[in-house]
Ligand binder design. Structure first.
Ligand SMILES: Cc1cc2nc3c(=O)[nH]c(=O)nc-3n(C[C@H](O)[C@H](O)[C@H](O)COP(=O)(O)OP(=O)(O)OC[C@H]3O[C@@H](n4cnc5c(N)ncnc54)[C@H](O)[C@@H]3O)c2cc1C
Length: 396
């Protein structure tokens, strides 16, 4: 006889485990999470895990803001060790985007987020070692920082399991079962699981699963390159987390000695099962160039290591969240476009509300609905910045 569940979650990254946790918190009794490898073996385990609220669109900012308290108060709310390191956060833009940044800061303050716009001179007071020559303005968030991705996934797992969820690692979903216009469960090598609701939280594997279901998911897996350097002694104290819209990159401290820097990468349509995890030979020099441009003292940093990971990018670079119309019981939580970590707590809660109550209450996620692409209603803030070069999509 087949096993039964109320909800099956496909994928054990930060999104799938957060959804499983939120479902059990909402009182759903029979939750099964299936992960084809180990938990956090996809994008989540490699995430730089910046926790910040600065966005040019209100919808993502609201998800980030609703998620933030869980990271900050993790030991009290989730048990286990702290997962969050507060460093302060800066988003820097060139002179051409300075007015847009000030408008975005106003929008974010309207939500309740603690952020201010700084002039280059004010930024220099805060982080004296930063080169501000090509900066027009900066948004500062004193409460932001970064999290430990593996600890977060582990915490969601622990709490989901304590709430009764069955978490199965090394168990791949080989097929989502459907009858007419409704999903009926999933198949795995260990047998069938019948369920009235199935959530695809399969990261870079989501397009493949959706294709097999004939569900259109306008999203493509893309590689992401990261380098780590050991900071020179004069930068021994951790710097703030920085998203640099001038250079199209970000960097953040990792522990007291290392700095992580994102190296723009335009390798699309990767196969997450076979993609090599090494960075190209040009990545160390590019990472060094970004860091030394923004923090000249980084010239004396030493290369530690680099790695290539991936995430799934949607056509408008925002997540795809919600029920699939025309296929009852199928929900998508996919295509986080290199930015899903910080919003995972609220995404989990919102998906659980959507499944159990028919509507997300914590944050209105209707803008993220899967049909927005067909409707031509893409998500874009009123004051976007110059597009990042690694976000420009190559023609297939
Ligand atoms: C280098 C890097 C830096 C990043 N930095 C940030 C950042 O600073 N801030 C931020 O907010 N976000 C960041 N992100 C993005 C963020 O990490 C991702 O958006 C997020 O982790 C996606 O989580 P996920 O659970 O959707 O996907 P994943 O973590 O990829 O999980 C999906 C899981 O599904 C499983 N799976 C797939 N198919 C099946 C199947 N058929 N059956 C069972 N299981 C299956 C996979 O094995 C995988 O474990 C970064 C990502 C990377 C790679």
């Amino acid at each position: 006889m087949a096993e039964t569940a109320d909800v099956v979650v496909i994928g054990g990254g930060v999104i799938g485990t957060s959804i499983a946790w939120a479902l059990t918190t909402a009182g759903v009794k029979r939750v099964v999470l299936l992960e084809k490898g180990a938990l956090a073996s996809g994008a989540s385990g490699r995430s730089s895990a910046l926790v910040r609220m600065h966005y040019t669109n209100e919808e993502d900012a609201r998800l980030a803001w609703a998620s933030y308290p869980l990271f900050r108060d993790w030991p009290e709310r989730m048990g286990g060790p702290p997962v969050f390191t507060r460093t302060g956060f800066l988003a820097v833009v060139g002179p051409g985007d300075a007015a847009a940044l000030r408008r975005n800061v106003d929008m974010l303050r309207g939500i309740g987020i603690d952020t201010v716009a700084l002039t280059p001179a004010e930024l220099k007071v805060l982080q004296p070692f930063v080169n501000v020559d090509d900066i027009g303005a900066a948004a500062y968030e004193p409460a932001s920082g970064y999290a430990s991705p593996a600890e977060v996934v582990e915490g969601f797992r622990r709490q989901a399991q304590a709430g009764g969820a069955r978490i199965r690692q090394w168990t791949a979903v080989t097929r989502v079962r459907r009858r007419a216009s409704a999903v009926t469960g999933v198949e795995t090598p260990a047998g069938r699981i019948d369920a009235g609701a199935v959530v695809v939280a399969a990261g870079a594997w989501a397009p493949r699963l959706c294709r097999e279901l004939d569900v259109d998911l306008p999203a493509r897996p893309k590689a992401i390159d990261t380098m780590l350097v050991t900071r020179p002694p004069e930068l021994a104290g951790p710097h703030m987390v920085v998203i640099d819209h001038v250079l199209g990159s970000y960097f953040r401290p990792e522990s007291d000695v290392l700095t992580i820097v994102g190296v723009p990468c335009q390798v699309w349509d990767v196969d997450p099962d076979t993609m090599p995890t090494g960075v190209p030979p040009t990545a160390p020099a590019e990472g060094a160039q970004i860091l030394t441009h923004r923090i000249p003292a980084m010239e004396r940093a030493e290369l530690a290591r680099g790695y290539r990971a991936f995430d799934c990018y949607s056509a408008d670079r925002h997540a795809i969240l919600g029920a699939v119309s025309g296929l009852d019981g199928l929900y998508l939580a996919a295509a986080f476009s290199g930015a899903g970590f910080k919003i995972a707590p609220a995404v989990g809660t919102c998906l659980a509300e959507l499944i159990t109550e028919g509507r997300a209450r914590t944050v209105d996620i209707s803008a993220f609905r899967p049909e927005r692409f067909a409707e031509g209603k893409l998500i874009e803030g009123a004051h976007p910045y110059a597009p990042r070069r690694d976000h420009v999509e190559p023609v297939r």
